[in-house]
Write a protein that binds this ligand. Structure first.
Ligand SMILES: [Zn+2]
Length: 341
């Protein structure tokens, strides 16, 4: 009997042990389940945070209110160039208003690859503003600053209540940084031009371009606190240095959300002809004829004093002709040269 009692006690002990083991297994299973659910939720939440909401339509950067997109010139694949492959960037005949091809969901910002050294080089995509064909708008754009002529130019623009766009290069001295901050503070747009402005270097490859672009992007962002969302190619999108790589660069930058702007009116201040301020004003005013939307190429580097001095005449004349002035931003439909095949 005692033996049996002991036997029973052992049996009860084993059952208790078994029950405890079962509880332990259930607790472990629950812990594992809850843990993985939490991890999945956190991963999804962080993904949702990093991926901006895509517009309902997949056609980002599609100009609104311009009718059937298929009737618009498509950027990709590029149409054959009208002129020779050496088409001059300043040639107005190569300029076109373009829309962009449809963006797929995978082309989002920022890139998901953790190894991408340029993961911060991106900007959220937005739609273009609707255009009113009757609206006369002049977009003054100034490349190659900042320089000692930037603050005087900002003063002239302030005097007329005009906002403009500056595509800057890599200048890191205090005066240049102050000029960049003033440009933003006074309500103008600061875009990326190039850090080095060295054609051979930046157009050596897509990665070389990104390397240069990222330096200027970060300089502007870190100096002004504003991340640029638009850019202008050094030498314009069509130049004799970048034919083999321009297609892949354009696609890469589009994937990262950036919009680039060529021009349809040139001041001629980079032609090497040493124009007087009167001639520069005349070039711009003639160039604007027939263009309700004028994206005007000017320069703001140190030698371009004549351009600075031409501004009062240009602004007064264009205002008298019914133009309003505006700064570019990523919602303005760009002017782009026709890329070579
Ligand atoms: Zn330039």
């Amino acid at each position: 009997m005692i033996f049996m009692k002991e036997d029973l006690a052992v049996n009860l002990k084993q059952q208790k042990k078994y029950r405890l083991r079962r509880i332990a297994v259930v607790v472990l299973a629950l812990t594992l389940f809850l843990g993985s659910a939490y991890y999945t939720g956190a991963a999804l939440a962080s993904r949702a945070f990093r991926q901006p909401v895509q517009p309902a339509s997949s056609s980002s950067h599609q100009p609104a209110g311009l009718g059937n997109s298929s009737s618009m010139p498509q950027e990709n694949p590029p149409a054959p160039p009208q002129n020779s492959s050496q088409a001059s960037p300043s040639s107005q005949s190569t300029a076109q208003s373009s829309s962009e091809s449809e963006t797929t969901a995978s082309e989002t910002c920022p890139p998901q690859e953790q190894t991408d050294p340029f993961a911060d080089i991106c900007t959220p995509e937005t739609d273009f503003q609707e255009l009113d064909p009757q609206d006369k708008v002049a977009y003054l754009t100034f490349d190659d600053g900042p320089s000692e002529l930037t603050l005087p130019l900002l003063d002239i623009l302030d005097q007329y209540g005009v906002k403009a766009t500056f595509f800057d290069i890599g200048r890191t001295d205090d005066a240049s940084k102050k000029a960049m901050r003033e440009t933003v503070r006074r309500g103008h747009t600061l875009g990326v031009h190039s850090y080095t402005h060295d054609y051979k270097q930046i157009y050596a490859s897509k990665d070389a371009f990104l390397e240069d672009f990222s330096k200027e992007f970060r300089l502007i962002r870190d100096t002004t606190g504003v991340s640029p969302s638009i850019y202008r190619f050094a030498g314009g999108s069509v130049n004799s240095f970048n034919h083999p790589v321009i297609g892949s660069i354009v696609q890469e930058m589009k994937n990262r959300g950036f919009v680039y702007y060529d021009w349809n009116v040139s001041s001629g201040d980079a032609s090497g002809k040493n124009y007087s301020s009167e001639q520069i004003a005349s070039n711009i005013l003639k160039g604007c004829q027939g263009h309700n939307r004028a994206i005007i190429l000017c320069h703001n580097s140190k030698p371009k004093r004549a351009t600075l001095e031409a501004m009062p005449t240009v602004i007064e004349e264009l205002k008298a002709q019914g133009y309003r002035f505006a700064a570019l931003d990523e919602t303005v439909l760009p002017i782009k040269f026709k890329l070579p095949e």
